[in-house]
Ligand binder design. Structure first.
Ligand code: NIG
Length: 387
């Protein structure tokens, strides 16, 4: 029998569960990797171990549903030039591709682990990451293999950019055939960068349909740099998420609200690329499911801080604290198809994975009330203390 740990002294418990809601003076019990009990502290059952948080807020660990962590090198010079006025064009991806291809497996794995450790220390307990800086069958396969040993969900983003040495149609044939064949045992998802300069709607559709034939779930990078067909395509194909959603028209918002496709917003990327901020308020008011993610990568968004994304969402995207916290936890879980059933993440209820963070604050509101202040106090991932 696994031992039971009870967490007490919770001033505010955000469960993200419809019935449990938000609790004051709460307690939470986990046994092994799963939560076994959640409720008012006065009703708590006995347990083997006790952790008293002395009046701190508890919420689900962050679910970071969009990162690009298999890479080498950095792009400080590109960032600095951008802050001096040069526009972001995604062309810098090719530089990271060069550095990533030149790195050894051990170097890529160590870099990935270092970024994951950084994220966990800030409360992130479930991570998706993508390939996409290899762009050959061999390099995408090794990225998928390395990622699969370290993160919860792996996505093939072979269709990130046409590599400089290949012609577009020829490269697409490689992605749709041998590349997807090679990576499918190691990934659950396929993503396409559907944007001018990357892949158009027709090319993106062909990649996604080939992925679907292999049983992979679908995601789309869409509407990042301008209005385009990404959202429409994601909704048409029933993709789990369309990520960025920076430039949306009324029809895009209505289509998302009328679908099960999650609109994943990446505000750290928009700030770092000097793009406008996405219409979060309009999406939420229309009824769309919204997720927040870091988009941690060396080019467009080099942060692993989900707290920064939540703070930005509240202060700049006009989301409430509850909406932003939910989007960074349960919203991300929905984007990864992990928000329901046994072992769900982004939610604290019996049967869910014991992914829990405690803030050095009496309520989650302090994430925005005290912007930039590191508030992570304790973190458990699948019941194991990781900070
Ligand atoms: O999500 N949009 C495409 N891919 C990444 C950018 C990666 C990069 O610039 O290296 C993104 O922002």
């Amino acid at each position: 029998m696994p031992t039971a740990t009870i967490i007490t002294g919770i001033s505010e418990l955000t469960t993200n569960d419809e019935e449990l809601g938000k609790l004051a003076e709460a307690a939470l019990v986990f046994e092994g990797q799963r939560i076994s009990w959640v409720g008012p502290a006065r009703d708590a059952p006995a347990a083997d171990h006790r952790v008293d948080l002395e009046g701190r807020a508890v919420l689900p660990g962050w679910v970071d549903s969009h990162t690009h962590l298999v890479f080498a090198g950095d792009r400080t010079a590109e960032f600095t030039a951008r802050m001096a006025g040069r526009p972001y064009t995604a062309g810098g991806i090719a530089e990271t591709v060069r550095a990533t291809r030149a790195a050894t497996d051990a170097e890529l794995a160590a870099n990935l682990r270092a970024h994951l450790a950084e994220a966990v220390a800030q409360g992130t307990t479930c991570v998706e990451t993508k390939t996409g800086y290899g762009l050959t069958v061999e390099d995408e396969l090794r990225a998928a293999r390395i990622a699969a040993t370290e993160v919860d969900e792996v996505t093939c983003l072979g269709a990130h950019l046409v590599p400089p040495e290949r012609a577009a149609e020829d490269y697409l044939d490689t992605v749709r055939g041998p590349m997807l064949d090679a990576v499918t045992p190691h990934v659950s998802w396929c993503d396409v960068f559907c944007e001018r300069g990357a892949f158009d709607a027709e090319q993106s559709r062909r990649v996604l349909l080939a992925a679907r034939e292999r049983g992979l779930g679908l995601r789309v990078h869409g509407n990042q740099l301008e209005r385009g067909p990404g959202v429409e395509l994601a909704v048409e194909l029933g993709a789990a998420s369309v990520d960025h959603c920076t430039h949306l028209g009324a029809a895009d918002i209505a289509a998302l609200a009328d679908s099960d496709t999650v609109a994943t917003l990446l505000p750290a990327c928009d700030l770092s690329t000097r793009q406008p901020l996405p219409p979060a308020r309009e999406l939420l008011d229309a009824g769309a499911t919204v997720a927040l993610a870091s988009n941690c990568n060396p080019g467009s968004s080099y942060t692993s801080s989900m707290a920064f994304c939540v703070t930005t969402a509240v202060l700049q995207l006009r989301m409430t604290v509850d909406e932003a916290v939910r989007a960074a936890t349960r919203g991300g879980a929905a984007a990864l198809g992990r928000d329901g059933g046994d072992g769900a993440v982004g939610v604290l209820r019996p049967g869910a994975r014991a992914d829990v963070q405690a803030l050095d604050a009496p309520s989650a509101a302090w994430l925005a009330y005290r912007p930039g202040v590191p508030l992570t106090h304790r973190v458990w991932r699948a019941g194991r203390p990781v900070r």
